[in-house]
Write a protein that binds this ligand. Sequence first.
Ligand SMILES: Nc1nc2c(c(=O)[nH]1)N[C@H]1C(S)=C(S)[C@@H](COP(=O)(O)O)O[C@H]1N2
Ligand SMILES: [Mo]
Length: 348
Amino acid sequence: MDQRKQCKAPFASGITVTHKGYFLRIADRGVQALTEYVTDDDQLFVVTHMALIEVDPQMWSLRVDGMVTNPISITLDEILALPRLDVHSVHECAGSPLTPKVAKRRVGNVVWNGVRLSDVLDLCGIQPGAAYVWTEGLEWGEFAGIKDEAFVKDLPLHKALAPEVLLAVALNGKPLRAERGGPVRLVVPGWYGTNSVKWVGKITLADRRAPGSYTTRFYNDPTPAGPRPVWDIAPECVIVSPADNSVVSAGEPTNIEGWAWSDAGVTRVEVSVDGGKNWKVAKHAGRRDFSWQHFSLSWIFRVGEHRIFCRCFDARGVGQPVSSARNEIHSITITAISTAATHNAMPS
Ligand SMILES: Nc1nc2c(c(=O)[nH]1)N[C@H]1C(S)=C(S)[C@@H](COP(=O)(O)O)O[C@H]1N2
Ligand SMILES: [Mo]
């Protein structure tokens, strides 16, 4: 399938374009739909920049070359013969590369299954001096005025070899669907979704970062020390219950619950029930692999409207910006009404 690179013939055989151009699908109820620890495939957002494609699993193969002693082409059956493992992981889109500071909260938590990228790289023998692993998707198209460029991302070698990084073949126990990047996609737990290349067709080892638009122009945050690639997921949390703009009973305990996550793992979650003036420590669960972590705080509200915020800190002590960031702190507004009024409102 990698002849495509030389000829740019529309697409290699075995590939069908099912949608041309940018595509985004999100759960219509937003984060409040995320009440379960594992997000269903059909509740999980779908994003692609240039096209959605369907790849015939019989025709699929993965080429691994560059700074390796033994370049290979590996078929799906050969991949499936390698040891497979499950990894629980939050899956989060970093947001639009054109408006990177806007919090989009396209997120879910899933169980990926696949083979370790390191096991496949071991088959090839990594040459000394290799420092980055470039991964290329099989689709082509146009995004933000850029044409004739594949979706190529890169990982520093130490992350590429980490035991959680997979060539995934299944999501939540089912083979990857076409729009998820099946038959085989890269999954980089702990890092933003943009790094998890779908419909992977080619992997190249190199001594430098990949030169394309998706590694150099997009997905780099400006910092005083220079651009910082959008790699590891920054601390973030969302309140999923009560739902935003909902009504709760005043004078009775309301359970404020949600999810917190970060590449480094979350060590503290705080909730403010007074619009951000005071913060209380919420109870939080541990994590499994790179999963999100449940948090909860019970509070008795007085009658009236209340703004509730949540914020978290990760194992490195890093917290969340108040605004202008993809991981800015989340808030909801609820109205507490007297229980008598709730009962009166019930049909008799
Ligand atoms: N080949 C390919 N892989 C891709 C992309 C893409 O446009 N092409 N988009 C990336 C982005 S920005 C995100 S957030 C995730 C989305 O994965 P999902 O659709 O399974 O949620 O895929 C990533 N992998
Ligand atoms: Mo994304």
